[in-house]
Design a protein around this ligand. Structure first.
Ligand code: FAD
Length: 343
C-alpha cells in the first residue's frame, strides 16, 4: 500500500429520511481541525436516495467537497448496499482519514467498511488529534509523524487508550456522538459536489425492508436537551425523583441520571449520563445527589453551566461545578422549584 496516495479527511455524513444527523456536523467540526493540521481539505460522503440537496448544509458546516452516492437502493439504511457504497468511495478517492459516527448505523457500517478496504478501525473514540506515533518510541524504532491519534476508553472504561494505524490507510475511527463540537454555521458556503455511483448488483441487495416501525418516545433525547436535571443515588428512591421532575418542569428541562440510578432500576438506561451512558452538553446541568465520579463527569463536564447540590461538601462534583449548594436535596429542591415558579 502506497500511503502517499491517500489524502484528505473524510466524514460519513449520516442522514436518515433525508435529514442529516447531528453527528455529521460534529464530525465535520473535528475534521476541520484535523485537516488544518494536515494542510488538507474536508470531504463529506453523503449516501442515500434523493439526498443531493443536503450538500449545501454540509458545506455550511465545514465540508469543502461533498461526494454524493445517490441511488433508490439507498433509500433506507441497509448494511450491504451502504457498505458497498462507502467502501467503493474509499477505494476510488483514497482518503487519509475516514470518520464515522458511533451511532447505531455507524457502529454497523464502520467496522464492515474497514474490513472491506483492509484497514483498521478504532471504535467509539472520544478524542482525535494529529501527532507522532508511537508516543514514546523505543530506541531504534521509527516514530511516524502526522498520524491520527485515536483515543478511547478501554478495558470497560478503566483505562484510556491512544491507538494509531501507522501502516494502513485510511485511518478509520467511529466517534462518540456528543463529544466533538460542530463549527458555527457559515451561511452561503458552497462545496464542490461530486456525484459517484459504484452501481448496485443483486449481490449487494439481499436484505429487503418490508416495514419500518419507528419507536415512539414521549421524552426528549437527553443529548438534545438544553437543561438537564440529573439525579444520583442520593435522591434515595424512584418516587423521590418527583422532586427533580417538578424542577425540570418549572424550568423547561429534562431529567437524566447517574449509572447508580440505572443500576438500581430507578430509571431507564437511555437517561444515563457518563462514560457508559450518553455524553451531554446542555446549557445548564443540575447534578443532584451525584458524587461526581470520573465516569460520570466524563459525560457532562462540557456543559455550559454546572450546578451541584450535595450534602457532602467534599463531594468531587463540586470540583467541576460552577455553582454548588451544600445541603439536603429534600429541603433545597422544593424551595428552588417554588422560587423559580414564583419568578
Ligand atoms: P454515589 O457515588 O453513591 O453518590 C451519591 C451522592 O449523593 C453522594 O455524594 C452523597 O453525598 C449525595 N447525597 C446523598 N444523600 C443526599 C441528600 N439527601 N442530599 C444531597 N446529597 C445527597 N457512572 C455514571 O454516572 N455514568 C457512567 O456512564 C458510568 N460508567 C462507568 C463505567 C465504569 C467502567 C465504571 C467502573 C463505573 C462507571 N460509573 C458510571 C459508576 C461511577 O463510578 C459511580 O459509581 C457512579 O457515578 C455513582 O453514582 P452516584 O453519584 O449517583 O452515587
Amino acid at each position: 500500500m502506497n500511503l502517499e496516495e491517500y489524502k484528505g479527511v473524510y466524514v460519513y455524513a449520516q442522514q436518515v429520511d433525508g435529514t442529516l444527523s447531528g453527528i455529521a456536523f460534529e464530525l465535520l467540526g473535528k475534521a476541520k481541525d484535523l485537516a488544518s493540521d494536515l494542510k488538507t481539505d474536508v470531504t463529506a460522503v453523503l449516501i442515500g436516495s434523493d439526498v443531493k440537496g443536503l450538500a449545501d448544509e454540509l458545506a455550511a458546516y465545514g465540508a469543502d467537497k461533498v461526494i454524493v452516492v445517490d441511488d433508490p437502493e439507498l433509500k433506507d439504511y441497509r448494511t450491504e448496499p451502504y457498505t458497498h457504497a462507502l467502501a467503493s468511495v474509499i477505494n476510488e478517492y483514497k482518503p487519509e482519514i475516514m470518520l464515522v459516527g458511533a451511532t447505531a448505523i455507524g457502529r454497523d457500517l464502520g467496522p464492515r467498511v474497514s474490513a472491506r478496504v483492509a484497514t483498521g478501525l478504532t471504535a467509539d473514540c472520544t478524542q482525535l488529534e494529529i501527532g507522532d506515533f508511537p508516543l514514546n518510541p523505543m530506541p531504534g524504532k521509527e516514530q511516524k509523524h502526522n498520524q491520527l491519534l485515536m483515543t478511547r476508553p478501554a478495558f470497560g472504561g478503566n483505562t484510556i487508550a491512544t491507538i494509531a494505524c501507522p501502516d494502513n490507510r485510511p485511518q478509520m475511527a467511529t466517534v462518540r456522538p456528543g463529544v466533538m463540537q460542530k463549527i458555527d454555521k457559515i451561511d452561503g458556503a458552497k462545496a464542490e459536489v461530486i456525484e459517484y455511483n459504484p452501481g448496485f448488483t443483486p449481490d449487494n441487495k439481499y436484505v429487503e425492508i418490508i416495514d419500518i416501525v419507528k419507536s415512539v418516545s414521549e421524552t426528549v433525547d437527553i443529548m438534545d436537551a438544553k437543561i438537564l436535571v440529573s439525579g444520583g443515588r442520593g435522591v434515595g428512591s424512584p418516587e423521590n425523583f418527583k422532586l427533580l421532575e417538578d424542577l425540570a418542569e418549572a424550568i423547561g428541562g429534562e431529567v437524566s441520571c447517574s449509572r447508580a440510578v440505572v443500576d438500581n432500576g430507578w430509571k431507564p438506561k437511555d437517561l444515563q449520563v457518563g462514560q457508559t451512558g450518553k455524553t451531554v452538553r446542555p446549557q445548564v446541568y443540575f447534578a443532584i445527589g451525584i458524587s461526581g465520579a470520573i465516569q460520570h463527569v466524563a459525560g457532562m463536564e462540557e456543559s455550559d453551566l454546572i450546578i451541584a447540590i450535595n450534602k457532602d461538601e467534599t463531594a468531587p462534583i463540586f470540583e467541576v461545578a460552577d455553582y454548588g449548594i451544600v445541603g439536603d436535596l429534600n429541603k433545597i429542591l422544593p424551595q428552588l422549584t417554588e422560587q423559580i415558579k414564583a419568578a
